[in-house]
Design a protein around this ligand. Structure first.
Ligand SMILES: NC(=O)c1ccc[n+]([C@@H]2O[C@H](COP(=O)([O-])OP(=O)(O)OC[C@H]3O[C@@H](n4cnc5c(N)ncnc54)[C@H](O)[C@@H]3O)[C@@H](O)[C@H]2O)c1
Length: 372
């Protein structure tokens, strides 16, 4: 198969969907790989590395789209890319269709096959191509939080791990899923006094088993949250209710009972945030202050660490990309059912129910396309 990896053109996106190592794996299997000039540079991979791996560099994005049977990228195509997409071309990338109608309509019109990273799903309901980014964001939440606790950045001026004779900072993590667990490991490693709140007893039993002694668990409810925020220095929002907006666990009035200089990192900002006063920010302007409380609400946290994020993402996507290249999307999905819910648009039909419902468009069951 001919595989193309364009350079990401969305503002501030430095990740790339294929590393030189990934290109080599595909070439080894007899596929042809075309990478756009400087596509990997933001993540630290030069054109020469791709060439050594057996890929061919193309100067323009137009040439990459024109030659490829399968496009592997990171972010959803944006407007200038719509017209480059060909009928029957397979696009394997993040799409987040339900949040943007013009993209959905453009992909329907293109008659391409759109396989979305975010809806590839294992039988245990886990989302293998979202997990790596949650891992990055969870770890980064503590790195950022520790930084913004410093006085010159308007924080309380407390060192996360304390020093001998001085107590460490208190870190409260709302939600003990992927983001929350990774945040807890980092905060615990730095010596902070960590509490994870969740509503799932099973999850908290697991966390209590595997976490070090400076991590405690507590049932998430309004009473407990109100008590905990009074004494916390850093609060991480990491709640997810699949398919729904995040609940506002921290309400505006709670800011008044927090210590001045408390830092809130709301990782769940992409689902509306679990802190009522959260509004999306960018890496250029990551924080704002309300009632002396520092808010960090960057919606694409992994974008700041493209080297790590690219490797984490491609470690997860490459095995699927290889199956798609070896077998074509139909046979690959028939043989690996994780890929079936990833199919969102095929040949002008929306085959993912929630996307069709979001825009009141026609829905065609994916089975129509999977039958032999
Ligand atoms: N900002 C970013 O750059 C970025 C990056 C990656 C992920 N995210 C977001 O981070 C959020 C968390 O993702 P995840 O992968 O950890 O999800 P997850 O499903 O692994 O974990 C969510 C956890 O929240 C818990 N929960 C649900 N309701 C709760 C409540 N009322 N109180 C406390 N806990 C509750 C669940 O039991 C679960 O353990 C999502 O919104 C995700 O989209 C943001």
């Amino acid at each position: 198969m001919i595989i193309g990896t364009p350079k990401e053109i969305k503002n501030n996106e430095n990740r790339v969907a294929l590393t030189p190592a990934g290109a080599k794996e595909l070439v080894k299997r007899g596929h042809q790989v075309f990478v756009q000039h400087t596509a990997g540079i933001g993540s630290g991979f030069s054109d020469e590395e791709y060439v050594s791996a057996g890929a061919t560099i193309l100067p323009t994005i137009e040439e990459v789209y024109a030659i490829a049977d399968m496009i592997i990228k990171v972010k959803e195509p944006i407007e200038p890319e719509y017209k480059l997409i060909k009928e029957k071309q397979l696009l394997f990338t993040y799409f987040h269709f339900a949040s943007y109608e013009p993209l959905t309509k453009a992909m329907v019109e293109s008659k391409a096959v759109c396989l979305a990273y975010e809806t590839v799903e294992k039988t245990d309901k886990s989302l293998p191509l979202l997990i790596p980014m949650s891992e990055v964001a969870g770890r980064m939440a503590i790195q950022k939080g520790a930084n913004y606790l410093e006085k010159p950045l308007k924080g309380r001026g407390i060192l996360l791990g304390g020093v001998p004779g001085v107590l460490p900072a208190k870190v409260l993590i709302l939600g003990g899923g992927i983001v929350g667990t990774q945040a807890a490991w980092m905060a615990a490693g730095l010596g902070a006094d960590v509490t994870i709140m969740d509503v799932s007893l099973a999850r908290m039993r697991y966390l209590a088993d595997v976490m070090p002694a400076n991590v405690k668990t507590m049932m998430s409810n309004e009473y407990n949250i109100r008590e905990m925020v009074k004494h916390s220095d850093l609060i991480v929002g990491a709640v997810l209710i699949p398919g729904a907006k995040a609940p506002h666990l921290i309400t505006r009035d709670m800011l008044k009972i927090m210590k001045p200089g408390t830092v809130l990192v709301d990782v769940a900002v992409d689902q509306g945030g679990c802190i009522e006063t959260c509004k999306p920010t960018t890496h250029e302007n990551p924080t704002y202050i309300i009632d002396d409380v520092v808010h960090y609400c960057v919606a694409n946290m992994p974008g700041a660490v493209p080297y790590t994020s690219t490797l984490a993402l491609t470690n997860a996507t490459l095995p699927y990309a290889i199956q798609l290249a070896d077998k074509g999307w139909k046979k690959a999905a028939q043989q690996n059912n994780d890929l079936i819910p990833g199919l969102n648009v095929i040949n002008g039909d929306i085959v993912y129910k929630a996307v069709a419902e979001a825009f009141n468009m026609d829905y065609v069951p994916v089975e129509k396309y999977l039958a032999d």
